[in-house]
Design a protein. Structure first.
Length: 448
């Protein structure tokens, strides 16, 4: 590690109130004696994954090295998720595992859990969601003083989008994830996200375009637009998601554009008509349903009905050829009767999803639903989850059969075995082919 006398020199300067003036002296000592390695673990959503890539870039820009080995890393960063109580449990479990595997590392916690719970006894550095761009300075401050200085932030009224650099030093994916929106104003009764991500705010359109150009120069063929509530993009800056798609579609090197999870409200007849005009837009949409019962949707504070959802689905299938849909469903929400559950199963069958991500409802402290009466037992939730999985798997097989022997454009993303490559068609059907040539990163017309 770093020579002790140098730490003492800087520590003396810090106590003398000269921290800002001499921080780069400390950085000089640090990097002359050891270039530090870091390892990132990411939990949760695509936004977190995107932000982990940006954190990596911030650290690389400051002369840290990325490591592929947790046990030998000087710094281990855990980008946490707190969307459910189960997420919190998993985060704490991983913290214990990190300390067991590498007890000498500097453990940095960032992500959504930093705003909900004080776990300063377990980690060395806490980096709030809205402070990720300053992770380097936070680590340096800890190295200099040993001071944790944890302050939990829980602010909703944040109206500035936090600009993080796109990851250009390492290519972590074949598809590039680009975060263009953060925060949420919805306040669904089961969801803690508005409290930990603050209110909805958007990256300005020109910055989105410039970042897309950078990704194109890095030879990415596909960009996935991500956000906490992507459909809300632009509402705060007098633009909208359609304008983003139009802007990026003009970049020749970008061949495909994909949207991450969207709320059903976005899929009005007018928006679907506009989406159908973009040749580069992948015809796969992840539209969160959560329940097929209007009673439960109302209790969840979701602002649509089952009928609106199914009408949007019908319009998408009609207007956008080869479209497939995926969704999220919550099983066992408080007050969900067997009849409500059966409505959800029926809605899955009517919509015809390629995949359903099923979540058992988990009481999340700080949300309205955690105080609802008639909580559902674990046994009933497990039984319903099993039934929903069976129904959704059957629907998936039906959709897959529709595309058997069809030719689709597939972006191959990884080599899984000797001469076997895996990728996704434009409508998100997983595909494997055998090839003696390296086809990673290539878009190839393939018979499914």
């Amino acid at each position: 590690m770093i020579i002790i006398c140098d730490i003492l020199k800087i520590y003396t300067l810090l106590n003398a109130g000269m921290y800002r003036k001499h921080i780069y002296n400390f950085q000089y000592f640090l990097y002359n004696y050891q270039i530090m390695n870091f390892f990132i673990i990411t939990l949760g959503c695509k936004v977190n994954q995107c932000e982990s890539d940006s954190i990596a870039q911030v650290l690389i820009n400051n002369n840290y090295n990325i490591s592929e080995n947790l046990a030998n890393s000087d710094i281990v960063i855990l980008n946490s998720c707190t969307v459910t109580s189960e997420s919190d449990r998993k985060t704490k479990q991983i913290i214990r595992k990190i300390k067991r595997l590498n007890q000498d590392c500097i453990l940095v916690l960032t992500g959504c859990m930093t705003t909900t719970e004080n776990i300063s006894d377990f980690v060395d550095v806490l980096v709030d969601n809205r402070d990720k761009k300053n992770i380097h300075e936070k680590i340096l401050k800890f190295l200099i003083s040993g001071e944790k200085n944890f302050v939990l932030k829980n602010e909703f009224n944040v109206d500035i989008f936090d600009y993080l650099p796109i990851c250009s030093s390492i290519k972590t994916h074949t598809r590039a994830f680009l975060k263009i929106q953060d925060g949420c104003n919805k306040f669904c009764s089961y969801c803690i996200v508005p409290y930990v991500r603050a209110k909805s705010r958007s990256k300005n359109l020109d910055s989105v375009y410039q970042d897309s150009l950078k990704l194109a120069k890095l030879n990415y063929k596909e960009i996935v637009l991500t956000g906490v509530n992507l459909a809300a993009y632009g509402l705060d800056i007098n633009t909208n998601l359609i304008e983003v798609i139009k802007k990026i579609s003009n970049i020749d090197q970008i061949k495909r554009l994909r949207l991450s999870s969207l709320g059903p409200e976005f899929f009005t007849k007018n928006n679907i008509e506009k989406l159908s005009e973009f040749e580069k837009l992948c015809p796969h949409f992840h539209i969160s349903l959560q329940s097929g019962s209007n009673k439960i949707l109302k209790l969840m504070n979701r602002s649509y009905t089952k009928e609106f959802y199914l009408k949007a689905v019908e319009e998408i299938y009609k207007k956008i050829p080869n479209s497939t849909l995926t969704t999220d469903m919550i099983v066992g929400f408080p007050n969900e009767t067997n009849e409500d559950f059966l409505e959800s199963l029926k809605t899955i069958q009517e919509a015809g999803f390629l995949k359903v991500h099923i979540f058992q409802y988990s009481q999340r402290k700080g949300t309205r639903a955690s105080n609802f009466k008639n909580q559902i037992s674990k046994e009933i939730k497990s039984e319903r989850t099993k039934k929903m999985f069976e129904v959704s798997r059957f629907e998936r097989e039906k959709i897959m059969k529709l595309y058997k022997n069809k030719e689709m454009l597939v972006l191959f993303e990884k080599k899984s075995d000797e001469e076997i490559y895996e990728g996704y068609s434009e409508n998100y059907i997983p595909t494997k082919i055998k090839s003696k040539k390296d086809i990673c990163g290539k878009i190839i017309k393939t018979k499914l």
